[in-house]
Structure formats: structure tokens, C-alpha cells
Write a protein that binds this ligand. Structure first.
Ligand SMILES: *Cc1c(COP(=O)(O)O)cnc(C)c1O
Length: 367
């Protein structure tokens, strides 16, 4: 079977360096808040192009801490509204509700699956304090229009960059476009650790200081607690792994783009809707998503032919049990995407024979 994503293969590709890095940490006797974290924060801030990077425990915490920091700074308070795309992964929305802020769901564009910037302004109220854009599937969600709206209404622009490490908007990395950004290093992400990991990037010195404290029990000085924080630190071992893998991120993303270009060129079945890419710098293909009106049949057929696919995501946030209060709301574009979307195998380690097979099998699919 052709796997959707073979993480072991990716680890094997960098096996020697990863083993060396992990051994170095083991032998150092220093496992938290040490040199590896410091090095990674410097490397990743340089890579993204921000003044600050704070390593944290995971991507959800990263987003959570950004919002919490704005609350501590007095920029946001309980009940304030944050605009967020209706078709995002649940974590973006959990970060908002965890802080007692109110998510205001906005439909995506059916062409790019990114938040529809023509629908943002109508969702703004007196209580709107920020827009959380999500570079979903690895494609840049930022537009000049979104930047203009944030300026016009004095809104914070928060980026959920969990799926888009290395993605560019006019030469500038996602994660450096807004006021603060949350990143995830979950193993399956483009830059993945060997476990959980996350980071916040920002140019805001005060926010950086507060996030660093919050993720360390709310303390910046040992045994002095300024905020009610939590334990949300990035392990030295994970930071060491990330220091290795960051060096190869651009090369890995290049392979993803080559696979995507090949899929785009070779998949000719008229029943399949391919992703729309205007600018190849602005998509790092965390996922290669196609749409098909007979999605479930297509997925079963591909499985029978030995091709594993996944659905990102099968149930939109507003239809989830954890958000019962929204279950009767209607977001037709979001719901259509959730009915029709399918992710094909994608990653830096798929071989050409497998890609040819996937293309052939899809082209022979009959609805
Ligand atoms: C993975 C992901 C997150 C959460 O990251 P974790 O490290 O799993 O907590 C947040 N937002 C999006 C869009 C994601 O894909």
C-alpha cells in the first residue's frame, strides 16, 4: 500500500544527524530550557524573519499563549471577538474559546480554501479585536486586503502557521506577516519533531516576554510568578531534532512542490478539482487536497487500489459536539469543502513510481 505519509522514512533520511543531536542532549544532562532551545529559537526566528521566537509545548499552546498574552496586555478581554475561518482545524478555534474569547466564523473561498477576505468586513463588530488567519494546507491565507482591514479597524492579526512553515507572501515568510504567530511541530507537519512541539514568533517584545513567562508557570524569574501560567515548555531533545530538520526544511518543501506540480500536470480526470496555485512560493503543500463530488467513493476506490488518502477534515468545527451551540448554523461553502475534500499522499519521501501509480489510478476513476 502507498501510505499517506511515512514519517519513519523522513526520520531515516536524517537519521545520523538526529541520533547525534539526541545523544548530545542525553549526554549533556540538561533537558529543559537549555542551549538547544536557545539555538532553535534563534534559528527559527531568523528563518521566519521575526525578532522573537519562543519554543513551547505544542501548536495549540502557541496559539493559546498569543491570545492570553493579549489579554494580559489589556488588548483583549473576555467576550471579545476573533474572526477565524470556518473550515480550519479545531485547534485554531479551541485556542480562542479556551481564552473565553468568541470565535466569529467566516467562510473560506472555494478556490483556495483560505478565509474569504471579501467576507471579513461584514463580520466585524465593536467587539472584534483580532483576525486569526490560518495558512491551511500550507497555502498563504494573507492578502493585502486583510492587512488593510486590520489597519483600518485596529485589529491584531494572528497567524496560525501550523501547516505552512517556509511559505512566502511576496518574499516574506508566513509567521512574520501579522502581529504574532503560532507554529506546530507535530511530527506530521512540514517541520516536524519526534513528538510534540510548538513556537510563537513575533516582533512584539512585550508579547514575547509574556508568552515566555506564561509557558513557564507565569514566571520569568525563578520562584516569582507574575502570571497564572502553565507548564508548556519545548523539550531540549525536541529542540535538538528541530535544529537538524530546520536545515532541510526548504529542500523538503521543494520536493513537496515538485510532487504537487507533477500531480497538477498529470491528473486529468475531469471529475477531480485540483488546488489553485497562483504563486508557487505561496504554497508549501503540507497537504495536496483535491475535490470530487463523489469523494467517499473515490476514497474507497483508491484504498482498493492500494493508495491511502485522508480527509482534512471530515466534520467542520461548527458541526462538532464540543460546539453544540453552533450545530444549527449554516456555512454552505465550508460544508461543501468538508463533503468533497480529499488529501493525496504528500511528503518529502514519496518515490516517483508511487506518484505515477497514484496519478494513473486517479485518472481511471469513474464516478
Ligand atoms: C496541527 C495544527 C494545530 C495544532 O498543533 P499541535 O501541535 O497539534 O497542538 C493548530 N492549527 C492547525 C491549523 C494545525 O494543523
Amino acid at each position: 500500500m502507498i501510505k499517506f505519509l511515512d514519517i519513519k522514512q523522513i526520520t531515516d533520511k536524517y537519521s545520523h544527524e538526529i541520533h547525534d543531536a539526541v545523544s548530545r542532549v542525553i549526554d549533556s544532562g540538561w533537558y529543559l530550557q537549555g542551549k538547544e532551545n536557545e539555538q532553535f529559537e534563534t534559528n527559527y526566528a531568523n528563518y521566519i524573519g521575526t525578532s522573537y521566537c519562543i519554543g513551547v509545548a505544542n501548536g495549540l499552546d502557541a496559539l493559546n499563549w498569543v491570545l492570553r498574552a493579549y489579554i494580559e496586555m489589556g488588548v483583549m478581554s473576555e467576550g471579545d471577538e476573533i474572526i477565524v475561518p470556518a473550515n480550519t482545524y479545531i485547534a485554531s478555534i479551541l485556542a480562542i474559546t479556551d481564552n473565553n474569547l468568541k470565535p466569529v466564523l467566516v467562510e473560506p473561498s472555494l478556490d483556495t480554501y483560505q478565509i474569504d477576505d471579501t467576507r471579513i468586513e461584514e463580520a466585524i463588530t465593536k467587539r472584534t479585536k483580532g483576525i486569526m488567519i490560518v495558512h491551511l494546507y500550507g497555502q498563504c491565507a494573507y492578502t493585502d486586503k486583510i492587512g488593510d482591514i486590520c489597519k483600518k479597524y485596529n485589529l491584531k492579526l494572528i497567524e496560525d502557521n501550523a501547516q505552512a512553515h517556509g511559505c512566502l507572501f511576496k518574499g516574506q515568510k508566513t509567521g512574520s506577516l501579522g502581529s504574532a504567530s503560532g507554529h506546530s511541530f507535530y511530527p506530521g507537519k512540514n517541520l516536524g519533531a519526534l513528538g510534540d512541539g510548538g513556537a510563537v514568533t513575533t516582533n512584539d517584545k512585550e508579547l514575547a516576554f509574556i508568552v515566555r513567562s506564561l509557558a513557564n508557570y507565569g514566571s520569568s524569574r525563578k520562584y516569582v510568578f507574575q502570571y497564572r501560567g502553565r507548564n508548556s515548555r519545548l523539550d531540549e531533545i525536541q529542540a535538538a531534532v528541530l535544529n537538524v530538520k530546520l536545515k532541510y526544511l526548504d529542500a523538503d518543501n521543494k520536493i513537496r512542490k515538485e510532487i504537487a506540480a507533477y500531480y497538477m500536470q498529470r491528473i486529468t480526470n475531469p471529475k477531480i478539482i485540483l488546488p489553485q496555485v497562483e504563486d508557487w512560493d505561496s504554497h508549501v503543500f503540507h497537504l495536496f487536497t483535491i475535490r470530487c463530488s463523489g469523494r467517499d467513493k473515490l476514497q474507497r476506490y483508491l484504498m482498493e487500489q492500494g493508495v491511502q488518502t485522508l480527509i482534512h477534515y471530515p466534520i467542520p468545527p461548527h458541526k462538532q459536539e464540543c460546539y453544540k451551540e453552533w450545530n444549527s448554523l449554516s456555512y454552505p461553502i465550508t460544508e461543501l469543502i468538508h463533503r468533497e475534500i480529499l488529501s493525496l499522499p504528500m511528503g518529502p519521501c514519496i518515490n516517483n513510481m508511487d506518484i505515477d501509480k497514484i496519478v494513473d489510478v486517479i485518472n481511471q476513476f469513474e464516478l
